[in-house]
Design a protein around this ligand. Structure first.
Ligand code: ZN
Length: 319
């Protein structure tokens, strides 16, 4: 299933769904361990996504990507198709606000936060079509949640386990799928990856905000020549609107990338969401990548505490 060209607002919604699903439960806890109790996952403050050609990169703040890895592992995300399926299940379950017991066979409490709802309603006003389950998939989900028997089909078995965990079904029979079927089909990387994969989780744990981690990956892709022949317009979107400092940084970064590599970057258009106060660090590139680069590039990637980037405003690109 090829990866279509997503709009920035679609990436913002995907990030939002992932953020909620990843933090609402500890997806790594053992469902069938004796006396196991469902516990909430770690908070996920930010998720951002960048599309580079047919590859989707996902980054979070700090170590929050660990929660996303657990979620992907629990559902069985291995490529774009399974990633999209995860989004459909999570969005449809969370977005069904009333009649959950009738629809899915069990009631559950999880909902999107106010912050997340802000992004979802922004996307609705942008006319986005959301990833949703079909009627047949909803009926099947209800059956799987209510069924005590274990399907011989491993994919169905995993889906049943995921849905039951999502909905908080107690006493789920069957094997412990999390340990029996460890899945890591997605890619993990700190920098521009050399292997092919449709989905990459960025494992950068620096104090750089998620969107700037992604732009570092894009930059390294160009600096190493890995990206010179691919598409040159990229989309970036996340759970939250880019904060003041990141926005300033991205503004200077965009000008530099356009001049240097003829690269264009698209963020959500007409973003009406509240803009957060500035925070985070500037990204830092490996020292060998900055040899021979301009003072402008060295300042962009100096790794220091970020600010409104006034130090870049008087600087020449090639200086
Ligand atoms: Zn920021």
């Amino acid at each position: 299933m090829p990866v279509p060209k997503y709009e920035a607002v679609e990436l913002a919604v995907f990030s939002t769904i992932i953020a909620r699903a990843a933090c609402m439960l500890d997806w790594g806890s053992e469902l069938l361990a004796k006396n196991a109790r469902e516990s909430p996952g770690a908070p996920v403050q930010e998720v951002q996504m960048l599309q580079i050609g047919e590859v989707l990169f996902i980054a979070a703040n700090g170590e929050e990507h660990l929660s996303i890895q657990k979620l992907f592992s629990a559902f069985g995300v291995v490529n774009h198709a399974s990633f999209l399926l995860l989004l459909k299940y999570c969005y449809t379950l969370l977005n069904t606000e009333s009649g959950r017991k009738d629809t899915f066979g069990i009631g559950f409490d999880y909902t999107f936060s106010d912050q997340e709802k802000l992004t979802l309603s922004f996307a609705r006003t942008s006319g986005m079509i959301f990833p949703q389950l079909s009627h047949a998939q909803i009926i099947e989900a209800k059956t799987l949640v209510q069924q005590d028997s274990v399907s011989p089909n491993m994919e169905k078995r995993r889906l049943a386990w995921f849905l039951k965990k999502f909905a908080g079904v107690k006493k789920t029979p069957g094997p412990n799928l999390h340990t029996r079927l460890p899945l890591q089909g997605w890619g993990e990387s700190k920098s521009y990856p050399s292997k092919a994969n449709e989905i990459f989780i960025i494992t950068d744990v620096s104090k750089v905000h998620a969107e700037l981690k992604l732009l570092k990956v894009l930059t390294v892709g160009y600096m190493t020549g890995a990206l010179s022949r691919t598409t040159q317009r990229y989309t970036l979107g996340g759970l939250k609107r880019t904060c003041l400092f990141c926005e300033a940084w991205i503004d200077f970064y965009k000008r530099w990338m356009l001049m240097k590599y003829d690269v264009r970057l698209q963020l959500p258009v007409n973003d009406t969401r509240v803009k957060g106060q500035g925070a985070g660090h500037r990204p830092v590139l490996p020292a060998e990548r900055l040899v021979g680069e301009s003072r402008y590039a060295n300042t962009l990637f100096n790794g220091e505490l970020n600010n409104p980037c006034l130090d870049l405003s008087g600087m020449d690109f090639s200086n």
